[in-house]
Design a binder for this molecule. Sequence first.
Ligand SMILES: NC(=O)C1=CN([C@@H]2O[C@H](COP(=O)(O)OP(=O)(O)OC[C@H]3O[C@@H](n4cnc5c(N)ncnc54)[C@H](OP(=O)(O)O)[C@@H]3O)[C@@H](O)[C@H]2O)C=CC1
Ligand SMILES: O=C(O)C1=N[C@H](C(=O)O)C[C@H](O)C1
Length: 269
Amino acid sequence: MTQLPGITITGASGRMGQMLVKGITAHTGARLVGCIERPGHAWIGKDIGLCMGGAALGVTVTDDPLEAFAVSQAVIDFTAPAATVEFAALAAQARAVHVVGTTGLEPQHHRKLDLAAHHAVIIQAGNMSLGVNLLTRLTQKVAAALDADWDIEIIEAHHRMKVDAPSGTALMLGEAAAAGRGIDLATAKQSGRDGITGARKRGDIGFSAIRGGDIVGEHDVLFAADGERIVLRHLATDRSIFVRGALKAALWGQSQKPGRYDMMDVLGI
Ligand SMILES: NC(=O)C1=CN([C@@H]2O[C@H](COP(=O)(O)OP(=O)(O)OC[C@H]3O[C@@H](n4cnc5c(N)ncnc54)[C@H](OP(=O)(O)O)[C@@H]3O)[C@@H](O)[C@H]2O)C=CC1
Ligand SMILES: O=C(O)C1=N[C@H](C(=O)O)C[C@H](O)C1
């Protein structure tokens, strides 16, 4: 009998980490084989199920990623950029599929992911949900259909603990809008207006970030012209949508060649 793909979760004690542990344990097509936390973390050496306040799951939290990755077919990683690039090199060494949900990645992090992707499959997206990935496609289409008389603004809202802005999703949507318009986001991006900013520059793509309470994630793409507006909106009310997407990606990645992929590839949209 062939074994189900074994998955290791990095940042297992985090908001997404714990949801992923629950999601994999309940999944009939995958096994939880490893949980990583950083050295010194209170959960190291303990059973992940007990740490989360439930029944034992038979998986001990470790601070040794390579040992865990060596027995894994996939690694699901929702941590922080500096950790993610280290995990990418180790996952590539173990030839495990690396699913990256971590946001706040800068060009230097992407270059390291590109290097690791020579040896293993990396699937990275600022948002793993089906809804947001569809919205991204729609944003590109709408932006392509409208000219620069339509100002594009992306407004996002997240919980008070989020550390990066604009969100990974907002940047994905901005990239899609720029691609639809045939421009480079780096030259059009306008983020964090404050003070005497002057009038809006034609063609800019604006970003605004709200942080508060326990908001899971809300994104509006606003197309504003004289006399009319279009708003494309996605509201996340439960983190299980990201878990579903990440698990789908981990399983899809098992049959792919080494390289960089995103959720559009996984979803075929
Ligand atoms: N792409 C998507 O669909 C989604 C992406 N995200 C992104 O996922 C990331 C995590 O979000 P969230 O779960 O809310 O954040 P949390 O802060 O709750 O969890 C992050 C976890 O990663 C751990 N971590 C950080 N650095 C390391 C390291 N070097 N080694 C081991 N573990 C480490 C943290 O440990 P410690 O507490 O010790 O620092 C923590 O357990 C963010 O970038 C967020 O934007 C979130 C939801 C969906
Ligand atoms: O940090 C979060 O919580 C989320 N992060 C992702 C992002 O930066 O867009 C995805 C989702 O919106 C939740």
